[in-house]
Design a protein around this ligand. Structure first.
Ligand code: NAD
Ligand code: ZN
Length: 357
């Protein structure tokens, strides 16, 4: 057997208020001729956080609208405009949720790679390092801060740019930044982490490396969503670390059915990752009995409504698009159900599952 040799995020700073050290951290990577570009979620435009971004010289903030998840076209456009304006940049700093962090990784890679980002959706197609890139999460759960991918919707598929050059060079984990996330959104993104744990820990790809991280992440999720009566600052800190561990867990294993099915929803209907995973996971008792039972308890305890009926009225053609996108996620299915997964999850069964949502 040949084992994969994965890179990890080489530098991380953790602590409430650590965002204040951003300037000193990035300064040593500054090339005096080229600016740092801060990609910030548009939700922060005009807000206090935008005023704390440490701009110097030609440094610039670009606000990203995250109404839709990142698209290859949008990434290419940012890259082209930066090249036109500056030639190159000292680095890209992404401040936001999974959407903004993935955008920062993708733009950083595409600054040094020719063509459209759509050409590099897949595994190990990027052959040279991107520019220096930093991730600063402002909502916890996706694990995008540690992962080796940045998920983009392209003209043909929704798939990540998975490569050794994708992980951030630096991550800044400041739990104070997650204040202000809307309750439902915070829950959906938090559940992304919970679902990463369940899918990793019950998968056929599981090994001691993934298990050690997955168990810790799951323990933290259960502490904050099941055991603790109220959410407090410590919960924000715990979820930030759960997200990190959940991401580490899937680095050396895979996600599973909820993700494979939710990619179909996302591709056809634009359903966002967190809520999409919740919509699917809610219907997966047959495959993840314990996890789904606990999930339903957390939904009730936190008074969250999982959207229903989103596939109502879809045509056969539309169902087939989702089924084909989902069926394309081979490693996810294999991890969940083993090599014979197509015999277990037939296309008819998958159609029936979509019809329940
Ligand atoms: P997101 O980045 O879209 O953010 C969700 C919402 O929260 C947005 O409306 C945003 O404006 C808002 N928000 C974020 N921080 C806030 C704050 N501090 N205060 C107020 N509002 C705030 O959602 P997400 O769930 O973090 O990420 C989803 C994206 O991540 C998807 O594109 C998905 O494909 C990707 N993803 C990537 C990986 C990976 O490993 N790279 C893993 C899972 C998901
Ligand atoms: Zn996920």
């Amino acid at each position: 057997m040949k084992f994969r040799n994965f890179p990890m995020v080489p530098r991380v700073i953790y602590g409430r208020g650590s965002f204040e050290q951003t300037s000193e951290i990035i300064e040593e990577k500054r090339n005096k001729e080229y600016p740092f570009i801060f990609l910030l979620d548009k939700v922060f435009e005009g807000k206090e956080l935008s005023k704390r971004v440490p701009l110097k010289g030609k440094d610039k903030i670009i606000y990203l609208d995250t109404t839709d998840e990142p698209k290859t076209k949008g990434i290419d456009a940012i890259r082209d405009s930066l090249k036109d304006e500056f030639g190159t940049v000292s680095g890209i700093i992404g401040i936001g949720g999974g959407s903004v962090m993935d955008s920062a990784k993708a733009v950083a890679l595409m600054m040094t790679t020719e063509g459209s980002s759509a050409q590099y959706q897949g595994w190990d197609l990027i052959k040279v390092p991107g520019v220096y890139h930093v991730g600063i999460p402002t909502i916890s759960g996706t694990g995008a801060e540690v992962s080796r991918t940045c998920i983009l919707t392209g003209p043909e598929r929704k798939l990540g740019i998975n490569s050794d050059y994708t992980p951030f060079d630096q991550v800044i984990l400041d739990p104070a930044l997650v204040k202000g996330v809307e309750k439902n959104q915070a829950f959906f993104t938090g559940m992304d982490c919970y679902i990463h744990c369940i899918e990793s820990l019950t998968g056929t790809y599981l090994n001691a490396f993934s298990k050690s991280y997955g168990e810790k992440a799951l323990e933290l999720c259960q502490k904050i969503y099941v055991k603790k009566p109220v959410w407090d600052d410590e919960s924000d800190e715990d979820l930030m670390m759960a997200s990190w561990h959940g991401g580490m867990s899937i680095a050396y294993s895979q996600v599973g059915i909820a993700h494979a099915v939710s990619y179909g929803l996302s591709y056809l209907l634009g359903t966002h990752h967190g809520v999409g995973n919740c919509i699917v996971f809610d219907k997966l008792e047959e495959y993840y009995p314990e996890g789904v039972k606990e999930f339903k308890y957390m939904v009730e305890k936190n008074q969250i409504e999982i959207p229903q009926g989103i596939c109502k009225g879809l045509t056969d053609e539309q169902f087939n698009i989702m089924i084909n996108v989902s069926y394309g996620m081979v490693p996810l299915w294999e991890n969940a159900l083993g090599k014979d997964w197509q015999k277990i999850m037939t296309k008819d069964k998958l159609r029936a599952l979509y019809e329940e949502m």
